[in-house]
Design a protein around this ligand. Structure first.
Ligand code: FAD
Length: 106
């Protein structure tokens, strides 16, 4: 079975990649699907405490699915809250597309 760290690493990779490929101008249906996806994800994420805190965070800072930029920045913010909680370094959100969409330039 996957431990919490590996599960987390793979999950963030999937989520940031979904945000990286999200449309610039999503229809209202596509925006709704993305919000529903995160609501369901936060119910089924297979780490109970993580999922519980994630649901609380979603209530405090709801999904912004209005564009690729907004969704990626929102997810970066949410991930940084988890980084903070775990005592990890915060990620510079101005670099999120470089990391997850375009690839590092160095
Ligand atoms: P990860 O945090 O997994 O990050 C993977 C890569 O993403 C990094 O190497 C970096 O390149 C990049 N990155 C880092 N921060 C950002 C950011 N803000 N924006 C964009 N890219 C970034 N673990 C717990 O112990 N307790 C919890 O409550 C908990 N809650 C979680 C909730 C969710 C929704 C998820 C998906 C995971 C959660 N985890 C939790 C797991 C935890 O966040 C890490 O995934 C795990 O500790 C492994 O960390 P890592 O150092 O490999 O990097």
């Amino acid at each position: 079975p996957l431990d919490k760290e590996k599960l987390g690493h793979y999950s963030w990779s999937l989520l940031h990649t979904i945000a990286a490929k999200y449309p610039e101008k999503p229809s209202s249906l596509v925006q709704k699907e993305m919000k529903d996806f995160f609501a369901i994800f936060s119910n089924i994420y297979p780490c109970e405490l993580c999922a519980h805190d994630f649901r609380e965070e979603l209530r405090r800072d709801p999904v912004d699915a209005t564009s690729q930029e907004q969704l990626s920045q929102w997810l970066c913010r949410i991930h940084n809250k988890v980084n903070l909680k775990l005592g990890k370094d915060l990620f510079d959100c101005s670099k999120v597309n470089e990391r997850w969409r375009d690839g590092w330039s160095d």
